[in-house]
Ligand binder design. Structure first.
Ligand code: 5RP
Length: 228
């Protein structure tokens, strides 16, 4: 928890009055949203934000953050989002919270995209700890899974968990396939190969998108910037 809080605090320091923000999804972003709410109520900060999920939209509204859409503001100043894995190039695996599609749209619409995470999310090579979440049309789940296997993945349809029988359904009405590829050799190539499969809506590989990562540890914060 302390790592997530430190990372969220570091990102808050980059938020300036009048900014158009992208709000990612997850427990680390939830801390960021609460801190942002405190800045708005305590210091009169004014921002407009585009959320990437119902979770972030509702939490933002509860914390007094004014929301907008990409229709109104297609270009954002700053996006802040969590991650499931981040490697030394700042390439990411995202989608643990099944929000990867809107996250990728929003994060890539920002002039600057900051990743905030507990230090445990840092890996030498993507795929070491996490499968790749893939959003897929329900209609295409079996056909897509077969093609994912041909690319060397082990696809599993994500379950809805204890409180939902059957598969998880995303905010967009789709399913998530978690595909384990082991250590990923070239995330950019794999992302493109997966995106060529009909029925796949989006892939949780975020390549060449993040500008800075703030990784929080008990001892402090580590900042990594993307190499130019
Ligand atoms: C949601 C995501 C999240 O950003 C990712 O799962 C990290 O979440 P947390 O901050 O709770 O560890 O990609 O789709």
């Amino acid at each position: 928890m302390i790592g997530k809080t430190r990372a969220a605090e570091a990102a808050i320091a980059e938020v300036k009055d009048g900014m158009l923000l992208g709000l990612g999804t997850g427990s680390t972003v939830a801390i960021f949203i609460k801190l942002l709410g405190e800045r708005i109520s305590g210091k009169g900060l004014e921002v407009l934000a585009v959320p990437t999920s119902y979770q972030s939209a509702y939490l933002a509204a509860e914390n007094g953050i004014k929301l907008t859409t990409l229709d109104e503001h297609p270009r954002l100043d700053l996006a802040v989002d969590g991650t499931d894995e981040v490697d030394p190039n700042l390439d990411l695996i995202k989608g643990g919270g099944a929000a990867l599609t809107k996250e990728k749209v929003v994060d890539s619409s920002a002039k600057r995209f900051i990743v905030i995470a507990d230090g445990s999310k840092f890996v030498d090579r993507l795929g070491l700890k996490m499968p790749v979440p893939i959003e897929v049309l329900p209609f295409a789940r079996m056909a897509a899974a077969q093609r994912i296997k041909i690319l060397g993945g082990d696809p599993k349809l994500r379950d809805g968990g204890d409180r939902k029988d059957g598969p998880l359904v995303t905010d967009n009405g789709n399913f998530i396939i978690d595909a384990n590829f082991g250590k990923i050799k070239d995330a950019g190539v794999l992302e493109l190969e997966l995106k060529r499969i009909p029925g796949i809506v989006e892939v949780g590989l975020f390549v060449n998108l993040a500008h800075t990562a703030y990784l929080g540890y008990e001892q402090g914060i580590k900042r990594i910037d993307r190499r130019k």
